[in-house]
Design a protein around this ligand. Structure first.
Ligand code: ANZ
Ligand code: ZN
Length: 893
């Protein structure tokens, strides 16, 4: 007999057995209740990393557990296979993106299979495969027909040397990654999904996601960014200084339009800040009486108009544009303004006016592209006011402050308080003042209640090769025409070159030349491909039936969706999840599904982190280049070959740049997949980071060996264990049944580390009991076997190979993976009982044997039903029943 468990022979053996018996294929619809567990599918970058191991180990525990609990489990796997890295590889290694991608998929599939994941591989999909993306193209056309897709102008990063559009990640410190040229902003007509029109529905939906982390729900809410407030009109009073913007007059209907010498009309829609007024958006109409200035965006039509005759302003506008378009860049840039010389009238106080600035912090595409500034109650406005010497008038008085002495120093006051310095708003709370101000504005026709959403439409055009082609054709006479569905898929051409910058599809000799499907005239294919976030926005629906010849099989989608448990990284908390939620709505609007929320339960797991190591010359060293020596608590490291001392650095997320990674293949090769899975799940709560250590892996491996040894030499008993338990085995048997109950609840709630702890305890108890019972009789053997079976099943979701091996070793003849989850025997869950004397009026009359943890209500009922007590009471009620828990009962009559 072997005296060690050998994962290298056992793990492949069981993987073959499961696959040969199709254990993990999802069953027919309706055979059993369904359970859909999904981990975010990987990008085929080349090899799996430890983060994948953790993510997929967790999902697999849930899948195996739910299967054993009698669910028809859908647990699929696929590849998020389009994207820029494949094109970079094509350029650097002269290999076709498709070849590179499929080779990576083959490698990673083998790696994942070596983990022993219980996946239905018959449902595997790769998003770069035409059998997948043809359906995405069909839906794009349906979305287009339904108004869920539009085309409009949008800014892109333009590399003026390479003459190409750059993805955001190709812009490094404002320069093109290849050319090094300063990147410019250009406007291009691009394709968009109209997600912003669904913002309110996406917001409302968040409230129904009660099995999502609160943190993610908050991030989604913030990203959508709904602001409630008002639009307020400020009438333009005076002109800019003469000479800069010549001859303007204060005539009704606008200061410039009626000027005969300068007839250029503003390109402004009436109302949105027409010639005569500037409309701002504010969330703080309560602070209107503290206004010190109005500021407009550099690209506001009014600034552009003034800049036509004002070169200084024109220069300022150019400077503003250099900041870039990201909200982050605008937020961090130094706040600057340009005084236009215009003044506007306060909407609630005829006697007051404020100056108008063009300011670099005002975004043209948010709100109305114009704001009023209240320095006392907004930090940005305060900084601005200090810089340009504008008055700072507080209008919200904090509780406990004195109106006569309260003053604003370096910090704006942004909290609650009572309005003052504010005419009819004086004395109101901030909230009441907001309402009162809006009412007044509305009655004066100077403003309206208004909500603004920060979420922008989702631009999906990418000027790249390795993505899903957008199935549209541009015809000179018919405009943009969808590719007829019977001509789908629009397949990416194979013969492309990557030897020049830009989109290879634009350089292909023939691909883009087609005839218009409507009029037959020579036309051009759209050469933009879709953002890869589109690919991952519906893969979970395709998994329900990967053979359907329409995008979805409605019966399958209606049955399996929503995903019951989705597991992935917090880095996808906003975009991927929001896009998927939108896409699911869009699919339902076009008949491809019938739900709004794709993921009923979401779990975001923590990262895998590791110590870092550095040599004396400051270079990072990988864990396998060093040796750790420990003396007591002190650990030192030295170089494995040179013996030079190595500094042990901080614990960080595993990354290639810091070389603190370990390779899953190596771990699985030396310890086996079960050890890797067990350690990943055992050491910290799944939502937190887990520190990977060699010592920890070794500890897990020792447990694997110990568990296996413990299960040797137990034979299947002649009959099942009865409830009667010899006193020597009773505590152990109870511990094991209680562990069964606890682990069941812990896995249900994804508390894997707690489940592991309970298994350790129960395994220890089992080991002691076996030691104490070296030659079991038939009754004892049956109990030991029962407990061994339970323990083996408890480890099976985490360590499925070891569990199958032990399952056979203890005499079972079927696959554990096909065995229903055990149920604890209720009697074994009862804690040790106590004997409680019953006194009547202080005199001992009887006793009760009850469970230690019996509730007081149950105990009362037992006392009143006790034969002796019933006789003494003789139909009357006791005056009092005094219970000292666990000790004594006194009946007072
Ligand atoms: C006056 C005011 C006074 C403001 C005060 C705040 C505090 P959120 O919550 O993000 O929607 N704002 C409006 N449009 C803007 C734009 N296009 N670019 C830059 N800032 C803009 O922010 C709304 C607030 O941001 C608005 O309320 C406005 O400043 C500013 F004590 O109006 B507030
Ligand atoms: Zn045409």
């Amino acid at each position: 007999m072997n005296d060690r468990y050998n994962p290298r022979t056992q793990e492949p053996k069981w993987q073959q057995a499961w696959s040969a018996q199709n254990v993990f294929l999802t069953g027919e619809i309706g055979s059993k209740p369904k359970y859909y567990v999904l981990e975010m599918f990987p990008y085929p970058s080349g090899r799996i990393h430890m983060g994948h191991v953790r993510n997929y180990a967790m999902g697999d525990v849930v899948a195996r557990f739910k299967r054993a609990q009698g669910f028809n489990v859908l647990h699929p796997m696929g590849w998020d296979a389009f994207g820029l890295p494949a094109e970079n590889a094509a350029m650097q290694k002269k290999v076709h993106p498709g070849t590179w991608t499929y080779e990576n998929i083959a490698t990673m599939r083998t790696q994942l299979q070596s983990m022993g994941l219980s996946i239905d591989w018959s449902r595997e999909i790769a998003t770069c495969d035409p059998t997948y993306y043809q359906h995405q193209q069909a839906m794009f056309i349906d979305f287009h027909k339904t108004g869920l897709v539009t085309r409009k102008k949008s800014k892109v990063n333009w590399d003026p040397i390479d003459n190409t559009v750059l993805a955001n990640e190709q812009v490094i410190d404002g320069r093109g990654w290849r050319s090094g040229a300063l990147v410019e902003q250009r406007e291009l007509t691009q394709w968009f999904f109209t997600i912003s029109q669904h913002a309110n529905d996406l917001l409302d939906g968040i409230e129904t996601l009660d099995r999502w982390p609160e943190k993610v729900r908050t991030m989604q809410r913030n990203w959508i960014g709904k602001s409630v407030g008002a639009k307020v009109k400020w009438a333009i009073l005076s002109s800019p200084p003469a000479g800069e913007l010549s001859s303007v007059g204060e005539t009704e209907g606008g200061i410039l339009s009626k000027n005969k010498e300068n007839p250029s009309p503003y390109p402004l829609p009436q109302g949105e800040g027409s010639l005569s007024s500037i409309t701002v958006f504010t969330t703080r109409p309560d602070t209107l009486f503290g206004a010190a200035f109005v500021a407009i965006a550099a690209e506001h039509p009014l600034s552009l108009e003034i800049a036509k005759t004002n070169t200084q302003l024109a220069e300022f506008i150019v400077e503003c544009k250099k900041i870039g378009t990201t909200a982050e860049a605008i937020e961090t840039a130094e706040k600057k303004g340009f005084n236009t010389g215009l003044t506007v009238q306060h909407p609630l106080d005829e006697t007051r006016s404020v100056p108008v600035f063009v300011a670099n912090f005002v975004l043209m595409d948010y709100g109305t592209g114009a704001v009023f500034g209240c320095p006392a109650h907004d930090q940005r406005d305060l900084d601005f006011a200090r810089k340009y010497n504008l008055p700072v008038t507080p209008v919200v008085l904090p509780k406990g402050q004195d109106a006569a002495s309260f003053a604003i120093g370096a910090d704006a006051y942004t909290d609650e308080g009572t309005l003052y310095n504010s005419s009819f708003l004086n004395g109101l709370s901030v909230n009441d003042a907001k309402a009162a101000a809006i009412n007044k504005l509305e009655s004066l026709k100077a403003g309206t209640r208004h909500e603004t959403i920060r979420l922008r439409d989702w631009g999906v055009s990418r000027q790249r090769y390795w993505g899903c082609p957008i199935p549209m054709i541009h015809c000179k006479t018919c405009g943009t025409v969808p590719v007829p569905k019977d001509q789908l898929p629009v397949i990416l051409p194979q013969d492309v070159t990557f030897d020049r910058p830009g989109n290879p599809l634009d350089h292909h000799a023939t691909w883009m030349h087609v005839n218009c499907p409507q009029c037959g005239a020579p036309s051009l294919r759209e050469t933009d491909t879709m953002d890869t976030f589109v690919d991952s926005s519906w893969y979970f629906a395709r998994f329900c039936d990967v053979t359907a010849n329409t995008p979805t099989n409605r019966a399958a989608v209606d049955h399996f969706l929503p995903v019951d448990q989705y597991i992935g990284g917090i880095e996808h908390a906003v975009l991927h999840l929001l896009y998927s939620r939108f896409f699911t709505r869009a699919m339902s609007l076009t008949g491809h599904a019938n739900i709004k929320e794709p993921f009923a339960g979401l779990f975001t797991q923590g990262m895998v982190v590791h110590e870092t190591y550095r040599s004396a010359d400051g270079n990072w060293l990988s864990p396998d280049e060093i040796l750790i020596e420990s003396e007591g608590d002190k650990r030192t490291a030295k170089h494995r070959t040179t013996g030079e001392p190595v500094e042990i650095g901080s614990i960080e997320k595993m990354s290639k740049s810091k070389k603190n990674t370990v390779d899953p293949d190596e771990i699985i090769g030396s310890y086996g997949a079960d050890t890797a899975r067990w350690f990943m799940l055992s050491d910290s709560p799944p939502e937190r980071d887990v520190i990977w250590t060699e010592e920890g892996a070794q500890g897990a491996f020792r447990f694997v060996q110990r568990f296996w040894r413990l299960m040797q030499g137990l034979q299947a008993p002649s009959h099942a264990a009865s409830d009667e338990t010899p006193a020597t085995l009773l505590p152990m048997r109870k511990t094991v049944h209680k562990a069964l109950e606890r682990v069941t609840g812990d896995i249900e709630n994804l508390r894997f580390n707690r489940a592991v702890a309970a298994i350790y305890d129960a395994t220890n108890a089992f080991q002691s009991a076996r030691n104490a019972c070296p030659t079991p009789n038939a009754i004892e053997a049956a109990i030991l076997h029962e407990c061994a079976s339970i323990l083996t099943q408890l480890i099976s979701p985490m360590m499925p190979h070891l569990a199958e091996t032990c399952w056979v070793d203890i005499g079972h003849t079927t696959l554990l993976a096909l065995t229903p989850w055990a149920k604890p025997t209720p009697a074994m869950l009862v804690d040790d009982s106590v004997v409680m004397p019953i006194q009547v009026n202080g005199k001992r009359r009887d006793e009760l044997t009850v469970a230690k943890d019996i509730s007081e209500a149950d105990l009362r009922a037992l006392v009143l039903a006790n034969e002796t007590v019933v006789k003494i009471l003789n139909g009357t009620a006791p005056k009092k029943l005094i219970i000292v828990p666990g000790r004594i009962i006194n009946v007072v009559i």
